[in-house]
Design a protein around this ligand. Sequence first.
Ligand code: ZN
Ligand code: FE
Length: 250
Amino acid sequence: MAALEIVRIPVLSDNYVWLVHEPESGATMAVDPAVAEPVLAAAETRGWTITDIWNTHWHPDHTGGNAAIKEAAKAWGGCTITGPAAEYERIPTLDVQVRDGDRVRLGNHVADVWDVPAHTAGHIAYHFADAFADGGAIFVGDTLFAMGCGRLFEGTADQMYANMRRLAALDDATRVYCAHEYTLSNARFAVTVEPGNAALAARLAAVEAARAAGVATVPTSIGEERATNPFLRAGSAAELGRIRALKDAA
Ligand code: ZN
Ligand code: FE
């Protein structure tokens, strides 16, 4: 099976939309299109047509481009919008509602849907166990970030801790596609939580250099996050909640 081709599209101030192409079938999917125009342009440049949109949660910076992409897709046979069943009332453009345990197909590749509530009450993630020859990929929206996690807008530290445990159990090689470039701010905070973590100190230095050069720092990987992410490394829900409260106040 051919590997997925994944393109990062920076939009708004710090969002990433992911364009995912399955070369054998030609299917192309946009994850969390905040806006439509740059996503349509990125597909067109490559000769791809967007056949699917997958949303992780209802926030407008993840769904704002749904309607315009769907309208444009009428020119090539349409586009199916898949998203969280628990948030269907807040995503009026949804065609297909999914929940934990469901499987979603992109051509010859299949993703498992995970419920990861906490940032929003119905937030989901999409896990392709066989995205690449050497490992999987997971699209986590605003649940896990490089050295960070999403704010607890509609859920609890207990829920986010359960999400972190499930993510941490994936193979180290799994690539993590999050929806924002929050890495530098997260790294600067993370070193205050774990001042003795040498891997974290080294990563902060690398991220500072990358951002100074205008280079993106995601996708990340489960292995990198297991070594440097204080939220993924928290030993209890209470500890995660305490760290999250400190970050919110920072
Ligand atoms: Zn969000
Ligand atoms: Fe967001």
